[in-house]
Design a protein around this ligand. Structure first.
Ligand code: GLA
Length: 359
C-alpha cells in the first residue's frame, strides 16, 4: 500500500512537472534559460522567460476573432541577446534615469554605471533585464521569479533580494514586486513592455487613444532628467486627463513622449491610472498601480533596425510603454517621493494591466 501511494505521488509530481513544463529557451553565461506559458480561461496566453523576466508575448483575440500579440517581442532568446531596448523586461535596480550616475545616501556618495550619455538608465549596463532570474514557482497561471543583486552591482549599495510574481487571469496580467536589502539603497522596479494593441507592429501606435489620470508631469532637460518642477498638464500636449490620440499633439513634443506623469492617486493604493484603446482591434487596456508615477514612452528611439520574429521592421512608434514607477532621478530630488529602502523594510508594489476587447 505504502509503495502504491509513493508511486502515485511520484506519478502526480511527474505529471505536474510535465503540465507546467517549460521550453528551454537557451543559455546565458552557462545558466539555463526557460520560457514559461501562462494561460487564462479565455485561451489567452502570456509567455515569460527567466532571462530578464521578459514578457515575450501576450496573445489575445481581437474583435474580429483574430489572435495576435499585443506586446513587442521575439520567439527566441537570440532576439533578446542582441539587446533590444528593454522589450518586455523587468527593470531594476532603478527604472529610468539617475543624473550623472551619482547619488548620496546617508552621507555616502555612490557612483553608478553610466550607460545613457552621462546618465545612468534602467539599472546600468547589466540591469535586471539582462540577468537570468531563478524560478521559484510556476503554475498554469503564475510565475514567481527571484534575483539577488549583490552589494556593489552596477554601483548600488546593499545585497538586494528581489521577488517578482506574474499572475495571469481573465482580467489580465498582475505583477507583484517585493524586495529587501541588508544596507540602505535605492530601488525603483518596473516592467518595460511595449504595447501595440492592434496586434500588428507594422502599424504605429499614433492612433491609440490614451487617458492618464495625472494633472501634473515632471518636465525634463535635454538629457531627459527631470528639472525638479511638478508642472500642470492643463493646456499642454501632456494633458491626457481625457482620452486623446497619441499622434494628435506629438509633433509639439520634441523627440516624442518620454515623460513621467505624476499620478492623481493616493499614496501606496492600487488604483486605475491609465487607459489605452485601439479602435480597429477593439482592445482596451487599463493600467492599475500602487506607484506614484507613470512613464509614458511613445517608442521614439525605435528606428526600423530591429526586426521581430516575423521579420517586421519595428519603426518609430511601433509600440508604447506605460511604465509604472517612482519619478526619474528621485535619489537626487528631495521633493520627489522617496525611493530609499532600508534594512528591515520590505519594498512591495503591485501593477496590473487589465485587458478586454470591446466587440
Ligand atoms: C525608457 C526611457 C526612454 C528609453 C526607453 C528605452 O522608457 O525613458 O528614454 O530609454 O526606456 O529605449
Amino acid at each position: 500500500m505504502k509503495n502504491i501511494l509513493l508511486a502515485m505521488a511520484l506519478l502526480t509530481a511527474a505529471c505536474n512537472q510535465a503540465n507546467h513544463d517549460n521550453d528551454s529557451f537557451g543559455e546565458v553565461n552557462g545558466k539555463k534559460v526557460s520560457l514559461y506559458v501562462l494561460t487564462n480561461s479565455k485561451g489567452d496566453t502570456v509567455k515569460i522567460t527567466s532571462y530578464g523576466g521578459i514578457v515575450t508575448s501576450w496573445t489575445n483575440t481581437d474583435k474580429q476573432g483574430k489572435k495576435s500579440s499585443i506586446v513587442l517581442g521575439f520567439d527566441s532568446l537570440s532576439g533578446y541577446l542582441a539587446k533590444p531596448p528593454y522589450f518586455g523586461a523587468l527593470i531594476g535596480r532603478y527604472g529610468n534615469r539617475i543624473a550623472k550616475g551619482k547619488f548620496t545616501l546617508d552621507s555616502s556618495t555612490y557612483t553608478l554605471a553610466t550607460n545613457n550619455g552621462v546618465n545612468h538608465l534602467h539599472g546600468g549596463i547589466t540591469g535586471f533585464d539582462k540577468v537570468v532570474w531563478d524560478v521559484t514557482e510556476h503554475t498554469d497561471s503564475s510565475l514567481s521569479l527571484s534575483y539577488v543583486s549583490k552589494d556593489g552591482e552596477e554601483g548600488y549599495p546593499g545585497n538586494l533580494q528581489v521577488k517578482v510574481k506574474y499572475s495571469f487571469s481573465d482580467e489580465g496580467l498582475k505583477i507583484e514586486y517585493d524586495a529587501t536589502t541588508d544596507k540602505a539603497t535605492v530601488i525603483n522596479l518596473t516592467n518595460h513592455s511595449y504595447f501595440n494593441l492592434s496586434g500588428n507592429p507594422s502599424n504605429n501606435i499614433l492612433g491609440h487613444q490614451l487617458t492618464i489620470m495625472a494633472d501634473h508631469y515632471t518636465p525634463v532637460d535635454s538629457t531627459l532628467i527631470p528639472t525638479g518642477e511638478i508642472k500642470a498638464v492643463a493646456g499642454t500636449p501632456f494633458d491626457f486627463t481625457t482620452a486623446h490620440a497619441i499622434g494628435e499633439r506629438i509633433d509639439s513634443v520634441p523627440g516624442g513622449y518620454d515623460h513621467n506623469f505624476v499620478l492623481n492617486k493616493k499614496d501606496n493604493q492600487l488604483e486605475k491610472v491609465a487607459e489605452l484603446s485601439e479602435p480597429t482591434s477593439g482592445r482596451h487596456l487599463e493600467v492599475w498601480t500602487m506607484e506614484p508615477g507613470l512613464q509614458f514612452y511613445s517608442g521614439n528611439f525605435l528606428d526600423g533596425t530591429i526586426h521581430n520574429s516575423q521579420g517586421i521592421a519595428l519603426q518609430k512608434h511601433a509600440g508604447l510603454c506605460l511604465e509604472t514607477q517612482h519619478f526619474p532621478n528621485s535619489p537626487n530630488q528631495p521633493n520627489f517621493p522617496t525611493v530609499v529602502l532600508r534594512p528591515g523594510q520590505t519594498y512591495h508594489t503591485v501593477t496590473e494591466y487589465k485587458l478586454n476587447t470591446v466587440k
